[in-house]
Design a protein around this ligand. Structure first.
Ligand SMILES: Nc1ncnc2c1ncn2[C@@H]1O[C@H](COP(=O)(O)OP(=O)(O)O)[C@@H](O)[C@H]1O
Ligand SMILES: [Mg+2]
Length: 228
C-alpha cells in the first residue's frame, strides 16, 4: 500500500538572479513499511527533498499526497498536526532540550498533543533502543549515540506512520553510527514504520530496501523494481 506520493514535485530557491532547482520534478511513491535511502553528493537536494516530502517546506510546484490525500488541501495548522501525529523526524543534530531528562524529552511530543502516554509502547521503545539506564539523565550526561537514541525514541513516541531522518548518523563515530542505523532499521520494521532516510554515505544507503540517487535536484537512479 502506498503511504506517501509526490507528483512533479519541484522546489526552487533564488540566489540573486539565479534560480536553483533544489528538487527538480520528483515523481515518487513510497510503500508503507518500506525503508528508502535518499543519497547523492552534498548540495544535490537530499535535505530539500526530505523537507518538501514531509511538509517542513512548501514545494514551489507539484504535490505531495499522504494516505491518499493531497497536502495542498491542508492549511499550516493542519500540516503541523499531521507532522506531529503521523510523522517523526530525526536530524544530524539531536536537538534535545538540555534542561529536560531523557524521558521528559521523549514525552514532549505526547505532551504537546495532550495525549496520555502509552506506557507499554514507550517502555518497549526504551528497551529496544537500549536507553533504560539513560532516561533519568540530562542530555549533557549522555554520549552522542545515546542522545540520538533518545531523539529516535522522541520521534517515535507518537507512533508515526513515517520516520524522516536526515543524516542521522552524521555526527556519530563509525561504531555508534552503525548501531544507531541498525536500531532505526529494527524499530521501523518492528513497529511497521516507513523509513525515509537521507545519507551521503553509501555504506548506510546500501542497507535500505530502496535507494534513490540525486544529482542537481534530479532523481537519476531508483533501485525500486531493480534486482538487488
Ligand atoms: N534555504 C535555502 N536557500 C537557498 N538555497 C538553498 C536553501 N536550501 C538549500 N539550498 C540550495 O539547494 C541545493 C540543495 O541543497 P540541499 O537540499 O541542502 O542538498 P543536500 O542535502 O543534498 O546537501 C543546494 O544548491 C543548496 O545550496
Ligand atoms: Mg543535506
Amino acid at each position: 500500500m502506498t503511504i506517501l506520493e509526490c507528483k512533479e514535485l519541484t522546489k526552487e530557491y533564488y540566489s540573486g538572479e539565479n534560480v536553483i532547482k533544489a528538487v527538480d520534478d520528483a515523481n515518487l511513491s513510497f510503500a508503507q513499511g518500506e525503508f528508502t535511502a535518499i543519497t547523492g553528493p552534498s548540495g544535490s537536494g537530499k535535505s530539500t527533498l526530505l523537507h518538501v516530502l514531509s511538509s517542513l517546506e512548501n514545494p514551489t510546484s507539484g504535490e505531495v499526497t499522504y494516505n491518499g490525500e493531497s497536502l495542498k488541501k491542508y492549511n499550516d495548522n493542519q500540516l503541523s498536526i499531521l507532522r506531529r501525529r503521523r510523522f517523526g523526524f530525526v536530524f544530524q543534530a539531536y536537538n534535545l532540550v538540555q534542561e529536560l531528562t531523557g524521558m521528559e524529552n521523549i514525552l514532549l511530543p505526547v505532551m504537546l498533543d495532550k495525549k496520555k502516554p502509552d506506557e507499554a509502547y514507550l517502555n518497549k521503545l526504551v528497551e529496544v533502543l537500549g536507553i533504560g539506564d539513560r532516561i533519568g539523565h540530562l542530555p549533557s550526561a549522555m554520549s552522542g549515540g545515546q542522545q540520538q537514541r533518545i531523539a529516535i525514541a522522541r520521534a517515535l513516541a507518537n507512533k508515526p506512520a513515517i520516520l524522516f531522518a536526515d543524516e542521522p548518523t552524521g555526527n556519530l563515530d563509525g561504531k555508534s553510527g552503525r548501531e544507531v542505523l541498525a536500531l532505526l532499521k529494527y524499530v521501523s520494521a518492528e513497529f511497521g514504520i516507513t523509513l525515509i532516510l537521507v545519507t551521503h554515505d553509501l555504506s548506510v544507503a546500501e542497507q535500505a530496501q530502496r535507494v534513490l540517487t540525486l544529482s542537481d535536484g534530479k532523481i537519476i537512479r531508483d533501485t525500486k523494481g531493480a534486482a538487488q
